[in-house]
Design a protein around this ligand. Structure first.
Ligand SMILES: *Cc1c(COP(=O)(O)O)cnc(C)c1O
Length: 399
């Protein structure tokens, strides 16, 4: 018999059965109105999820990384100054991409485990007398360390400094799982992909692009072809796509947005918070610490758990996969070996999270981590018992 446990990696996430059925769909003529009838609602739905009424939604066949590239190549020119912080592997990779595109990258370093260093961003913005910095970039939820950053506070900095730079935000592991407000936070480009909060297979780069970013596009000189916003917007307006669209994924996206809205976006956020809190109770009962330095930084979609000295987080992940068939995330970059990550986003219930914590406990016991058997699971159980959610899961909705 073929059986599979839920995954506890922070993306790709578990795909709900109803979404798998939805994307099992035969070929259609993508130049026909049938395609546009599924595409237009998907674009409108993305705007609702991003909480924007002013931005354009753009969808490319790609992943989050492609959305990073689309964001910078459409709005910036070679030699443009950008301000970006590094506090984990994902912010690091975006920096690397900016450098490889010939941008002048002002890098602000923060400890891995901290979020956006507002003081350092402020210093860079106030120090930029000629206001040469064209874009300020922030990773909303650093998936490598399980740290969320305060995007509203970054917008406030820009406003106070009267700095005209665009605000580009990587929301790949937060959007559709954690609070995200594109218009209210003044985000100029919001970036995500299909395989995290949207619960789909990988394959879509999803962006929200503000009028200001669209204006920047008019003079931006970095080369772009496949990811050209203008080609995409022009063909979309005519009901089409500049090349063959990933029809099945777009159909799935439409359905995924319906599932999220059926649960209620605020309920989705509350569920992620509750699941995350259950995991955090377990981590604390194990006597372990999170990589995230303080509660205000705790991510509701992923927890990076610091392993005790002399233990190896990567071995933990290998053992859990080989012995129990459960996938956790390894530590990346600076925290490789020092943490393992529990992804708790997408289609997950309390009970699924308890199963993941149980597998983590068995793994740690096998590897002789100094933890008490059952301690973490018990802590999470007590938390979930006392904090029942109104809507536990998509399954409950269907029943
Ligand atoms: C997953 C992730 C990415 C990369 O997305 P891909 O879809 O793997 O290209 C970028 N940023 C963050 C914060 C992520 O979690």
């Amino acid at each position: 018999m073929s059986m599979q446990n839920p995954v506890f990696i922070p993306g790709p996430t578990n795909i709900p059965d109803e979404l798998r059925r939805e994307i099992d769909f035969g070929t259609i003529d993508h130049r026909s109105s049938v395609f546009n009838e599924m595409f237009q609602p998907a674009l409108a739905g993305v705007k609702r999820i991003l909480k924007t009424t002013t931005a354009e939604a753009l969808i490319f066949p790609s992943t989050g990384t492609g959305a990073w590239e689309a964001a910078i190549t459409n709005t910036l020119s070679p030699g443009d100054k950008v301000l970006i912080g590094r506090w984990g592997m994902f912010s690091h990779r975006w920096i690397d991409m900016c450098q490889r595109h010939g941008l002048k990258v002002i890098i602000v370093e923060a400890k891995w485990g901290k979020g956006v260093p507002l003081d350092a961003y402020a210093a860079a913005l106030y120090g930029d007398r000629d206001q040469d910095i064209k874009a300020v970039m922030v990773t909303h939820n650093e998936t490598a360390t399980g740290v969320k950053s305060d995007i509203a506070a970054v917008r406030e900095l820009l406003t106070k400094a009267k700095h005209p730079a665009m605000l580009l935000v990587d929301g790949v592991s937060s959007i559709a799982s954690m609070d995200f407000r594109m218009d209210e936070w003044g985000v100029d480009i919001a970036i995500t992909g299909s395989q995290k909060g949207f619960m789909l297979p990988p394959g879509l780069a999803i962006l929200g692009v503000s009028p200001k970013a669209l204006a920047a596009m008019e003079t931006a000189k970095l080369p772009r072809t496949f990811f050209d916003f203008r080609d995409m917007l022009n063909t979309n307006a005519a009901g089409g796509f500049p090349y063959t669209p990933p029809v099945q994924l777009i159909r799935g996206l439409n359905h995924a947005i319906g599932m999220l809205e059926n649960e209620g976006l605020e309920n989705v956020f509350a569920r992620h918070h509750r699941l995350a809190q259950g995991v955090r109770e377990a981590v604390s009962a194990w006597g372990l610490k999170l990589c995230a330095n303080s509660p205000d930084l705790y991510s509701d979609t992923v927890s990076a758990v610091v392993v005790p000295a002399k233990f190896d987080g990567t071995k933990f992940v290998t053992h859990a996969a080989e012995k129990y068939g459960v996938a956790f995330g390894v530590g990346l970059g600076e925290v490789a070996g020092k943490v393992f990550r529990i992804g708790h986003l997408g289609m997950l219930t309390d009970v699924m999270v308890c199963s993941g914590l149980s597998a983590a406990e068995m793994t740690m016991r096998d590897l002789k981590f100094p933890i008490a058997a059952g301690s973490g699971v018990a802590a999470a159980q007590e938390y979930f018992r006392k904090n029942e959610a109104e809507k536990l899961s998509p399954l409950k909705d269907a029943a």
